[in-house]
Design a protein around this ligand. Structure first.
Ligand SMILES: [Zn+2]
Length: 129
């Protein structure tokens, strides 16, 4: 995500509004941060996703990966044109702070690395404002 002053300010204000006083999993107050429950993609990942949808190959064989790469090379510009508005929409979503939970540094690390799942009650209100 590109950094600029306006975005930083927007982000900080949203963070201040959204961040709760304690971790929503363990109630710790150690280095709290906002965790987005929906993953956001970078351009490369978004393009890979779109190519994957277009090629429709569910397998991870070498052949499938090579044909996916060939597809991306052949259709890069078209894929990018589709991806950019999606990234813009994603940016707005990201900056809105919707679907975020407050996590302490320890829980955030564990959730990000798949060592811990968000408790169902935190997943349940996805989409709330
Ligand atoms: Zn925690």
């Amino acid at each position: 995500m590109s950094k600029n002053l306006y975005q930083d300010k927007e982000w900080k204000e949203m963070r201040k509004r959204r961040l709760k006083g304690a971790c929503e999993i363990c109630q710790s107050t150690d280095r709290l941060s906002l965790h987005h429950r929906k993953r956001c993609y970078k351009l490369r990942t978004m393009i890979a996703h779109l190519a994957h949808e277009a090629v429709g190959s569910p397998s991870f064989s070498i052949e499938a990966v090579l044909s996916l790469q060939a597809y991306v090379r052949a259709h890069y510009q078209e894929l990018k044109e589709v991806a950019l508005p999606l990234l813009e929409a994603q940016r707005e979503y990201y900056m809105s702070g919707l679907d975020t939970v407050t996590l302490c540094i320890s829980c955030h690390y564990k959730v990000e690395h798949g060592m811990m799942q968000l408790p169902p009650e935190l997943d349940a209100h996805l989409g709330d404002t």
